[in-house]
Design a binder for this molecule. Sequence first.
Ligand code: G4P
Length: 287
Amino acid sequence: MSEMQNIQWFPGHMTKTKRQIQSSLKLVDAVAEIIDARIPVSSRNPDINKIIQNKPRVILLNKCDMANQNATKKWIEHFKNEGITAIAVDCKSGYGLNRFAPSVNMVLSKRLENLKAKGMVNPTLRIMIVGIPNVGKSSFINRIAKQNRAKVEDRPGVTRGNQWYTIAKNLEMLDTPGVLWPKFDDKIVGEHLAFTGAVKDQILDTELLTVRLLDFLKELRPKDFIARFKLENTDLNEIDSYELLNIIGKKRGMLISGGEIDTERAAIMLLDEFRSAKLGRITIEMP
Ligand code: G4P
């Protein structure tokens, strides 16, 4: 798990982070906001629009390898309707990353024209990455930096302490991402972040969390989930989720002495399997 998720957000820290991001924003032309394609609502910072203001932006729906493909398409359409360019990427395999630079160039086409009109020849455009912990910011930066060339050498005009990667012709990326906080005061957001493993299990009851996940799976009925636990003949509308957890535990032979079902172990297993997409490519939040 990413170290980043251990961050404890408190007001002073949030103010400091915001200030850091705002000072980095002065150095860039656009922002790439990384979110989790399975939970495009809960994996966003609630103040993102205020923080980045009117900077051109590209949204990266990361971990699309674990999200439902149709749902991801709908999200891309949804953002498009809001006037935001979004692309689906998977930083594990590198899928979709080739569309990144062209998308950035597209959202910056006006700016590019303006710079050229001012007489700049081949202006270099700069971007930065922002996102809440665990959405894949470091994975993205590592992938895209490796795929392209090494760091930009120190040179006049570039603030010391900021490192840049050249990631395409005339396109540079700041090497440190802006780490934003999620929405804390919403129970559903907390649950969805916990389903994906973006927040620590210790702060939530595992069985309770899994029962909530099962509430959701019962309704959605993902094919892989049904097949994996042979639930074809189980009337999912009729049983409550705790009962379902027991059925699943039993099917897996997870018993404690006395023949009782080890629901705690079953819950941990289910969460693990959900997080590694063994239950299928599942999107939790729809536009
Ligand atoms: P962060 O900087 O935003 O905090 O996120 P980070 O890159 O550390 O990624 C968090 C976790 O998500 C990592 O898993 C990473 O491998 C995984 N990840 C990032 N992008 C993708 C993606 O597109 N698809 C999938 N399937 N996973 C992705 P981890 O469990 O912390 O470590 P590990 O499994 O890499 O060892």
